[in-house]
Design a protein around this ligand. Structure first.
Ligand SMILES: Cc1cc2nc3c(=O)[nH]c(=O)nc-3n(C[C@H](O)[C@H](O)[C@H](O)COP(=O)(O)OP(=O)(O)OC[C@H]3O[C@@H](n4cnc5c(N)ncnc54)[C@H](O)[C@@H]3O)c2cc1C
Length: 400
């Protein structure tokens, strides 16, 4: 429900985006200092919490999360397990991975019990303008403006990766995975090419086959099987200690790339894919890349490195996303104003995830040079929330 909260002229802390990262921060912050409630405002065009998150899981018909039950927006790591006491069948093996519905209900419970709907103002922030000597002005899609002392950007600022042979996406037959909504599709008798080797490609292949299609899953590398997208050693000191001790940002970037190492499939999804391969509904094409694509009379003709040409009704690109801070339209004035170094698309932030010299914090993948390879995940949201909360509640850490 979009609320009709009136826009004040000034708010102490503005949070842009109402996804899981923002929700985690708000829960941590208000747990630490409840009286900040009246001084925080969250902006999201939907006017509600988790709209985008909910959409992406439902569109791919994802049954359970990949991350374990301790990764969620509440400050107490065991809160989700406690909430699930009467719903044990919705915690999936091997590490109690929360079911999508359970996770959503838990978040709704947090939002309701803490009255967090009231914090959201329904608008897109179109610009963040630094004001002298401090403060920022946020410009909204509605044409309104608000002045704020502190800003947190929690917008998931990634850009889709497209293979070089894709000049333009051509919906509905050539789309990126985030545009696919399995719920609305009837794929009976269709032949679909899915490109990618991550969990999204696996989910889409399972979904498409369940809706009557046959699928070719093409990956430029050998498909990798991993329980989590990064080694759990990155959640604690095992790997983070040497990451945080590394003074060279380029080295840190390389460590992140190496840790994520492209995409991977969970053992459970891999098992299902192998079964479908045996049943003849799925063809796995590993170590293979498209060199050329041509669309003619509702069919895609694909030429691969091996010289073969194949024909498909649709192509789905599960080719992931990348972070390019310099292209982030909300932050384009900020980088220059505060002389922020950008390393391979990632900004160098201070240890509380602030743009150096500004009360402007960044959560999510763009904070990877500080948080490591899990920055974009729910565990990264928890780490970021702890750091940002500290900087928001301790006057000794304020920049003025
Ligand atoms: C299919 C899928 C499954 C995933 N599963 C897991 C998992 O199991 N475990 C895990 O740890 N991670 C998972 N992730 C990774 C990550 O947790 C999610 O991508 C998550 O949605 C990131 O949260 P977020 O808050 O950064 O972004 P989002 O959920 O995208 O929320 C950002 C919000 O910001 C709003 N916004 C954007 N721009 C503006 C603006 N200018 N003004 C105002 N509002 C704006 C958007 O409308 C959106 O609501 C998954 C990702 C995907 C795609």
């Amino acid at each position: 429900m979009v609320n009709s909260r009136k826009l004040p002229e000034y708010i102490e802390t503005a949070i842009i985006g109402a996804g899981p990262h923002s929700l985690t921060l708000v829960n941590h912050l208000l747990h630490k200092k409840p009286k900040l409630r009246s001084r925080v405002m969250v902006f999201d065009p939907s006017g509600e919490w988790l709209t985008q998150w909910r959409h992406q899981l439902e569109a791919q018909e994802i049954i359970h999360l990949r991350s374990p039950a301790v990764h969620h927006p509440a400050p107490n790591p065991f809160a989700l397990r406690k909430f699930a006491e009467t719903r044990p069948s919705e915690l999936y093996p091997p590490y109690d991975l929360p079911g999508t519905k359970l996770f959503q209900d838990f978040c709704d419970h947090l939002i309701k019990t803490n009255g967090l709907e009231k914090l959201i103002f329904p608008a897109i922030v179109t610009k963040i303008k630094p004001l002298k000597p401090k403060n920022f002005q946020l410009q909204l899609s509605s044409g309104q403006e608000i002045c704020t002392r502190r800003v947190v950007v929690a917008t998931r600022a990634d850009e889709i990766n497209l293979p070089p042979w894709v000049k333009n996406l051509q919906p509905p037959t050539l789309v990126h995975s985030h545009q696919v909504d399995l719920r609305s599709l009837n794929l009976q008798g269709e032949n679909i090419l899915i490109i990618g080797g991550g969990l999204t490609s696996g989910h889409l292949a399972l979904g498409a086959i369940a809706k009557g299609a046959t699928v070719d899953l093409m990956s430029r590398k050998q498909l990798q099987e991993k329980l989590f997208d990064t080694d759990p050693g990155w959640l604690g000191p095992k790997y983070l200690k040497s990451f945080e001790a590394q003074p060279c940002w380029h080295e840190r970037y390389d460590m992140i790339q190496k840790a994520r190492n492209g995409g991977s499939l969970t053992p459970a999804v891999m098992l299902k894919l192998k079964r479908l391969t045996r049943e003849g509904k799925l063809n796995l094409q590993e170590n293979c890349q498209v060199t050329h694509a041509h669309h003619h009379q509702n069919q895609w003709y694909i030429k691969c490195e091996n010289g073969q040409t194949q024909q498909y009704d649709r192509i789905w690109l599960a080719t992931g996303s990348k972070f390019q801070a310099q292209n982030h339209h909300l932050l384009e004035d900020i980088w220059g104003q505060y002389n922020t170094p950008i390393i391979q698309g990632l900004p160098v932030l201070d240890k509380y995830l602030r743009v150096k010299g500004a009360e402007l914090f960044i959560m999510g993948g763009l904070a990877s040079l500080r948080l490591g390879p899990t920055a974009r995940n729910l565990s990264g949201a928890i780490k970021a929330s702890n750091l940002i909360t500290e900087a928001l509640v301790k006057p000794s850490l304020y920049l003025d």
